[in-house]
Design a protein around this ligand. Structure first.
Ligand code: DX5
Ligand code: ZN
Length: 222
């Protein structure tokens, strides 16, 4: 099995000290930095724009995993690509024609991901797998950090893994929402290999300890 990557979500970080927070998770062993972009329309919250991504780009060498929870992802993706995103994930519910959108994203020469909210059936993304680098399975309703993990989303992770194996695809399967040492293990058992964690990492003053707790939990099963 490939190395399971940990992607702390900076949504739960202290924004008055973002560079310091990023340094801390970098030394703690984070693999990617997960950036949650919300537009107050697709989800009822407002967060980060390209200006902030551009600043973060200057503060770290880690890949920036940008999760676009926005309406009209094609309109804004180029600005995030330009700002230094390494992968761009859009929600299939936000695209009238997800194949068209993913091909447009592909033209930006970044990693391409598709995400699905809890009520969206996994069948919506399975046909897209051959053209994707990543599938992001939401394990909470998108919009806010600190929510409770929804275990009934785990069969979606398993279904993506099954389809990827059947087709011989090397796609990353990311889970996002309510990940802690316990739920991380559940997700990895079903085939997840990128774990987004906000509250469980930044909620502990010692980020090295909280990140290590997730790492230790998954090391036991991989
Ligand atoms: C929710 C975001 C998540 C969130 C994760 O809409 O996509 O990335 O910040 O935070 P936790 O780990 O606290 O659920
Ligand atoms: Zn996210």
């Amino acid at each position: 099995m490939r190395k399971v990557l940990i992607a702390p979500s900076i949504l739960s970080a202290d924004f008055s000290n973002l560079a310091g927070e990023i340094r801390e998770i970098e030394t703690a062993g984070a693999d990617w930095i997960h950036v949650d972009v919300m537009d107050g329309h697709f989800v009822p919250n407002l967060t980060i724009g390209p200006v902030v991504v551009d600043s973060i780009r200057g503060a770290t060498v880690l890949p920036l995993d940008v999760h676009l929870m926005i309406t009209d992802p094609e309109k804004y993706a180029p600005a995030f690509a330009e700002a230094g995103a390494d992968s761009l994930t859009f929600h299939c519910e936000a695209a009238a024609d997800p194949v068209k959108t993913l091909r447009f994203f592909r033209s930006l020469k970044k990693g391409v991901g598709v995400s699905l909210r809890p009520r969206t059936p996994v069948e919506k993304v399975l046909p897209l797998l051959p053209e994707l680098d990543l599938v992001l399975v939401m394990t909470v309703e998108p919009g806010f950090g600190g929510q409770k993990f929804m275990p009934d989303m785990l069969p979606k992770v398993a279904a993506v893994r099954k389809e990827a194996l059947a087709k011989g695809l090397k796609i990353r399967i990311e889970v996002d929402g309510g990940i802690n040492p316990e739920t991380a293990a559940l997700a990895v058992r079903e085939g997840a290999d990128v774990l987004v964690a906000g509250n469980s990492i930044f909620g502990d003053r010692d980020r090295k300890r909280s990140l290590a707790a997730i790492r230790n939990s998954i090391d036991k099963i991989t």
